[in-house]
Design a protein around this ligand. Structure first.
Ligand code: RAM
Length: 920
């Protein structure tokens, strides 16, 4: 067919289809908030879709879902699993599957169509799918295998533990043609699966880390294309990850739980073309060796790889494994082996070095241009047996060599021994580093710039947010935040990625998670982490400060474990997902009761461990302030947090239908509030505790202060910040949780803007000015003692990113209609800020807010996804000059004027794109 004719034909088809669907399309079908997930174990999974349209004012009025066990059936309109019929509902997020319960391993194909408020019926969506995992323990014919002892060269009990990777393998025959093959695998600490010589999937550092003695994850992969009729081989490499401890006794660190030697379980379910089936399972016919090239691997200390020990063909059929040992059948790690519902980590980005310098003979330092997390890929050519050593650091010393002091005992050293055959490309598997600079020694000759390439690894999740303003300081800080946040996702949110710590500290995320959730689709990671927290709860009810509890820190603190409730609430508000609240309600309630019984005295919660952690200290070398005037009392923090959590529990109780609890929580709230005000409100001065901004912030943010006192209390925050702290931040991570939003909601967005754009100490801008490309652990990270001074922490961000999106960007979920079903859009037009371009991809679609202030006019382009509405605050003295699409806004029938409020004209607008302008 001539090309022109084809184009005309395609155009005709497109026009015809568009006409039929009214330019409304269904897109991004998700099951359990993932795209075509494999091996899920939710038997009533939640289905979601997005509707896009070029029409305004469009709501979904009904939907129909069809689910079939084969794609052909679904396409033919047969739904043997579920045909929901036409359901009148505007729900398009998290619709619970209500068909026939799918069985173990079953594939489910689904499609959806909707009826919209313009009276139209959409076409069916493109089909999507999911598959079930192994639902019952009896579906596992595979057993756990490994070797419960050390191999030659291992030093499992040293302070710096060393344990080589274990290679496991087996040959097998598949007598017939394979139609479909699915691998279910878990290997702890970490595994890589190989079939017939190739690695399965793109995941790295899999599976996700868990409270192993309770729960272990398995992953599911479609391996059909990796198998063949006839001879096959399966193999796996097991690394230590967080299962086999990175440190033994005597490290001076809190002891890291050692769960034991690496082990795995794997089952490949094969379906032949003729319908018969077969299972390839881990059992005692497998063999194991630790004599392969991947030697010791330790997340703190690095990985060693000896290419002279490579075993060509080890995961291909027919390999001679005579020197390998038979595996042992070993005990399972914990009670539960469950499907991992959050994505694994992947290589998400690559970074090229800016320059390389030979700082001493044979010592080459690469500057990667940014602090990031992952590793480097090494390219090298040279004689067999040559060893190249790579070390990593965040900073350099004055002489240009690596500054390692703040990494504490972490050795962060990768070693590669060449096999000498041509150009060799290598990257590690079972370690990761947090670094900007790479030191290369032992390299044969002079390495060129391309000899190392940065590999950025973090949990596979979408970047959902975009944020840019006319202010360079804010833009730079945003980039630093973005890098720091992604770098601290390691299947759990870690505090830091570089030193001998890297733990899932709860407090760091109590507020951070909310800001992060604008930038990254972190829903499933945090849902997973809430489970880690519950798994780490003691039978008595104590919740640790670190989860998974690899460091057993049960200090019975109030402010760190508060993250458990705060993040469950965030999942609800940001993603419209109430499952975490439902799942964890009982455990949260138990924790609240535990803390009350143990630490509440006269309605004051007396316990606190960390204070307002890492507030700016009085002198540059200090880690923590010693000045009592800067510190906020522990019982103040404990009680204000306890009160806030009671209000969350009250709302969780009504969400979950625990109506009796609503009153109980409410009554206790009243008592705590009374005691709090009695103890901490200075009646005369009108401030709280010792009048730190942190103390006053919480009494306002948590609505503890009596209404008639609030203005006065707020004045103290403003005065102290402007006078005592010369317009600078005075809080640590706790106070920062509500700082920017409190300043803004009390009418001093200008002070918030000052803090956000400062470049003098202490400020986020100061970090950037001093060369930071991430966020520091300490405000004085460039001068403080290296004993606790990471260059890549996110906790001090506080609510800055929330403020960027919600206030500057004007994209805020309305908790009354969670998941951005209703969006509050109230831009803070402040200081010399001329422009903000923010967008956020919500579960309903892309929300955009792009404003610009030019002289006497305010221009605002807004996009509201189909099936949502927004309450829009247009900065205006009087509404009369406001236009939309060049015409008076009042002419627009889709826009409803609600009221004037505090210098804003407030409208309700339905879905669509709007061009708003106010000339004042
Ligand atoms: C340090 C880190 C971490 C913090 C704890 C209390 O280990 O700064 O982020 O949460 O202390």
């Amino acid at each position: 067919m001539p090309e022109k004719l084809l184009i005309v034909l395609l155009l005709f088809i497109t026009v015809a289809c568009t006409a039929q669907t009214g330019q409304t399309t269904l897109d991004r079908l998700r099951c359990e908030y993932r795209e075509n997930p494999l091996g899920i174990d939710a038997t009533a999974p939640r289905l979601s879709w997005e509707i896009t349209s070029n029409k305004r004012n469009l709501m979904q009025q009904a939907y129909q879902i069809m689910v079939a066990s084969s794609l052909a059936d679904l396409k033919a309109g047969k739904a043997d699993l579920w045909n929901s019929g036409k359901i009148s509902s505007d729900q398009s997020l998290g619709v619970v599957y209500a068909g026939k319960p799918p069985g173990t391993g079953d594939a489910c194909f689904w499609k959806v169509k909707v009826w919209t408020s313009d009276g139209k019926e959409s076409a069916w969506s493109t089909p999507a799918s999911w598959s079930m995992g192994l639902l019952r323990p009896s579906d596992w014919q595979a057993v756990w295998i490994g070797m419960d002892s050390a191999f030659a060269g291992d030093r499992p009990t040293d302070t710096f533990t060393r344990l080589s990777a274990r290679y496991l393998r087996k040959d097998f025959r598949l007598p017939k043609k394979v139609k479909k093959a699915t691998a279910y695998i878990s290997g702890v600490g970490l595994y890589e699966l190989y079939l017939n010589g190739t690695k399965t999937g793109k995941d790295v550092l899999a599976p996700g880390p868990t409270e192993y003695n309770k729960r272990t994850f398995y992953n599911t992969y479609d391996v059909t294309s990796q198998l063949q009729q006839g001879d096959n081989a399966i193999g796996a490499i097991l690394g230590n990850g967080r299962y086999f401890s990175m440190r033994g006794n005597g490290s001076g660190l809190p002891p890291i739980t050692n769960f034991g030697y690496p082990k795995m379980i794997c089952q490949v379910n094969v379906i032949y073309e003729d319908g018969s089936t077969e299972k390839i399972v881990t059992d005692n016919s497998w063999k194991v060796t630790a004599a392969g090239p991947v030697g010791t691997n330790n997340e703190y200390d690095g990985e060693e790889y000896d290419a002279t020990k490579e075993m060509p063909g080890w995961s291909k059929p027919g390999f001679n494994a005579a020197s390998w040992l038979p595996v042992q059948l070993v005990s399972r790690p914990g009670e539960l082996l469950v499907a991992q519902m959050n994505n694994n980590i992947r290589v998400m980005d690559t970074v090229r070095a800016l320059h390389v310098k030979e700082v001493k003979p044979g010592v080459f330092i690469y500057d990667m241009g940014q602090n990031f997390v992952g590793w480097v890929r090494l390219k090298v050519k040279g004689p067999r047996g040559t060893q190249v050593v790579l070390r990593f650091a965040e900073r350099l010393k004055d002489d240009g060599t690596l500054y390692m002091a703040n990494l504490r005992s972490a050795k962060v050293t990768d070693k590669y021994t060449l096999n000498g055959k041509g150009t060799e490309d290598w990257e590690p598997r079972f370690t990761y580093h947090g670094f900007r600079y790479v030191e290369v020694t032992g390299y044969p000759g002079k390495p060129d710039l391309g000899a190392v390439e940065g590999r950025v690894v973090y949990d596979d999740m979408a970047t959902t947010g975009h944020f840019e303003t006319s202010n360079d300081v804010i833009n730079q800080i945003y980039k630093n935040a973005y890098r720091g946040i992604r770098g601290n996702y390691r299947g759990m949110p870690t505090d830091c990625p570089q030193r001998d710590e890297r733990m899932g500290w709860l407090g760091d995320r109590a507020v951070g998670a909310r800001g992060e959730s604008f930038i990254f689709g972190n829903h499933l990671l945090y849902a997973k982490w809430l489970q880690d927290i519950e798994d780490a709860q003691t039978p008595e009810g104590s919740v640790p400060d670190v989860a998974p509890s690899y460091w057993r820190m049960y200090s019975d603190n109030m402010t760190w474990p508060a993250a458990y409730l705060i993040i469950a609430n965030l999942m609800y508000e940001q993603y419209g997902d109430d499952q975490p609240i439902r799942r964890h309600y009982a455990s949260m309630k138990k924790w609240m009761a535990y803390m009350k019984d143990k630490y509440m005295k006269d309605d004051i919660l007396t316990k606190d461990t960390y204070g307002d952690w890492c507030m700016p200290p009085e002198s540059p070398e200090l880690i923590h302030s010693k000045d009592p005037a800067r510190k906020t009392a522990g019982d103040f923090l404990g009680t204000s947090f306890y009160y806030h959590l009671l209000t969350l529990m009250e709302s969780f109780a009504s969400i979950t239908g625990n109506t009796a609890d609503v009153t109980t929580f409410k009554n206790l709230e009243e008592k705590v509030k009374t005691a709090f005000n009695k103890k901490f409100l200075n009646e005369e001065g009108g401030y709280y505790a010792n009048n730190t901004p942190t103390a006053n912030i919480f009494s306002l943010a948590y609505q503890l202060a009596p209404e008639d006192r609030r203005k006065q209390v707020f004045q103290h925050i403003a005065d102290k910040t402007l006078n005592d702290y010369k317009g600078h931040i005075s809080t640590g991570l706790v106070g920062a949780e509500w700082l920017m939003r409190t300043l803004t909601s009390y009418g001093r967005g200008d002070i918030a803007y000052k803090l956000a754009t400062n470049t003098t100490y202490p400020s986020w801008g100061y970090m950037a000015k001093e060369g930071a490309t991430t966020i520091w652990e300490l405000w004085n990270g460039n001068t403080a003692d290296p004993a606790m001074n990471s260059g890549n922490h996110v906790m001090l961000l506080g609510d800055l990113v929330v403020w960027y999106y919600q206030n500057l960007g004007a994209i805020q979920p309305n908790p009354a209609a969670p998941g951005f079903k209703n969006i509050i859009m109230k831009p803070l037009v402040v200081g010399d800020l001329k422009k903000v371009d923010a967008s956020y991809h919500s579960g309903y679609g892309l929300i955009r807010s792009n404003w610009e202030k030019i002289d006497q006019s305010f221009k605002w382009r807004v996009s509201i996804p189909v099936n949502t509405r927004a309450t829009v605050y247009v900065p205006s003295k009087e509404a009369k000059n406001i236009k939309e699409g060049g015409k008076p806004i009042g002419d627009n029938k889709d826009v409803k004027f609600l009221r004037m409020e505090d210098g804003y004209a407030v409208y309700e607008i339905p879905s669509g794109n709007y061009d708003i302008q106010d000339d004042f």
